[in-house]
Design a protein around this ligand. Structure first.
Ligand SMILES: Cc1cc2nc3c(=O)[nH]c(=O)nc-3n(C[C@H](O)[C@H](O)[C@H](O)COP(=O)(O)OP(=O)(O)OC[C@H]3O[C@@H](n4cnc5c(N)ncnc54)[C@H](O)[C@@H]3O)c2cc1C
Length: 390
């Protein structure tokens, strides 16, 4: 029997992972293994998922798990989002951009949207009719978001939106995009606003290249162009202009924590796959697991992954209770994604040459893991934020 990534560490179940969360995890894992995993290679080659998969994910309750039922969601909490994110990494379909849709885009609408906006967008995000993206990064502004140049100028009851974005996850498929834009460039951060663009409803919106990445191939990551796009002023998030930066800062802890969820779950899968491999593979007349080096290496990695899992579970508990501070969330993002990189790299080594072959999942995991240290704020930026608390 293959080692199960969900139990490879043997840590205690946290209080937040109650029966309904466990049921959702099992259901998500079954759906992903049966419906997505068999087609994953096809999506990797196409460098994109298809709309059908998103719709099916909606039917199986994987979209907007923490959105209240009155807005079409499942009425759960971050615990439910965590279960889905972990199932995605445990099955190994890491390019499915659900975490961003559920845990980043939907919360902006839920927390800052008007009643009318929530009723208009969230139910369609829950079915997969609308696929979400968040467009912060520009060719000239990544870590330093104050440098955003995209401009929204008021024109009666519309904004005229001009600018370009890059590296946008779900960018080829997304039809609901939260755009970070300047409504008053003179005011710097205080002149920044979030405006929702429903791409099916506007003219002047163009998708650029689906970017050629080293990993997460099946996720469409795109350039986006806004050329005099007319967006109703009713699509502004928040009661007035200029709240964008504060809204971004308030939501970042969850964005960073969910990167930590992926990190821990992928480290668990790497360990499970490697333990099975070294028990099968022979060298010098014995199994690779019989070498003391293999045992010590895996003992170290299992210990560190356990420390990571306990830290993540504690951060998640604090977040669900509303008490995860931005500094601890930054620690989780940086430390857990570094750990993920280390675990996957050292596990790959134990596969020898086979670890370098794409037909072995550990090879893909190695490529997919790398970006976790870059997006969501680079790990250097995380350290800056942590250092400010000293
Ligand atoms: C696959 C992928 C998906 C992404 N998805 C999205 C998305 O959905 N939406 C979105 O808006 N963006 C997305 N991004 C963009 C991502 O968030 C940025 O790439 C990231 O924030 C870094 O910005 P940058 O690439 O401009 O690097 P830069 O800001 O140019 O940084 C270059 C280097 O300088 C370092 N650096 C920068 N400032 C400092 C400092 N003050 N002190 C020390 N070091 C510093 C950085 O750590 C980095 O090592 C994605 C990126 C990738 C690769």
């Amino acid at each position: 029997m293959a080692t199960d990534p969900a139990s490879v560490l043997g840590t205690a179940k946290p209080a937040w992972a109650g029966e309904d969360v466990a049921m959702l995890y099992d259901m998500a894992r079954r759906f992903l293994a049966e419906e997505i995993e068999p087609r994953y290679e096809e999506f990797e080659k196409a460098e994109s998922f298809d709309r059908e998969s998103w719709r099916k994910a909606g039917e199986h309750g994987l979209l907007c798990a923490s959105v209240p039922e009155e807005y079409g969601g499942a009425g759960g909490t971050y615990a439910h989002e965590s279960a889905i994110i972990e199932a995605i990494s445990h099955v190994g379909v890491d390019g499915f951009g659900i975490a961003l849709h559920n845990s980043i885009v939907a919360p902006y609408i839920l927390h800052y949207g008007s009643e009318e906006q929530k009723r208009r967008w969230l139910p369609r995000m829950a079915t997969g009719e609308l696929i979400g993206a968040i467009a912060m990064t520009e060719p000239g502004a990544g870590s330093d978001l104050q440098g955003v140049k995209t401009r929204a100028e008021k024109d009666g009851n519309h904004y005229r939106l001009n600018g370009s974005k890059t590296f946008i996850t779900n960018g080829q498929l997304a039809n609901l995009i939260v755009v970070v834009t300047k409504t008053d460039p003179e005011k710097g951060a205080k002149g920044t606003s979030l405006i929702v663009v429903e791409t099916d409803e506007v003219e002047g919106f163009e998708r650029g290249r689906n970017l050629d990445k080293i990993g997460l191939k099946s996720n469409d990551t795109s350039e986006l162009f806004f050329n005099d796009v007319r967006v109703p002023t009713a699509n502004l998030l928040g009661s007035e202009e200029g709240q964008g930066f504060v809204q971004l800062m308030q939501q970042l802890p969850q964005e960073r924590l969910q990167i930590g969820a992926t990190a821990v779950a992928m480290a668990e899968r790497a360990l499970a796959l490697t333990i099975d491999y070294v028990k099968e593979r022979n060298a010098f007349g014995q199994k690779v697991i019989d070498f003391q080096n293999t045992q010590f290496k895996l003992a170290e990695l299992k210990t560190e992954a356990t420390i990571g899992r306990v830290f993540y579970n504690d951060c998640a508990a604090r977040h669900i209770d509303g008490g995860l501070d931005p500094v601890t969330a930054s620690m989780a993002k940086y430390w857990l994604s570094d750990l993920q990189g280390k675990v996957v790299d050292e596990c790959l080594q134990l596969f020898g040459g086979y670890g370098y072959m794409n037909e072995y999942p550990i090879a893909r995991m190695y490529r997919d893991a790398r970006v976790q240290r870059i997006y969501g704020g680079t790990n250097e930026i995380m350290k800056l934020l942590i250092a400010r608390s000293l």
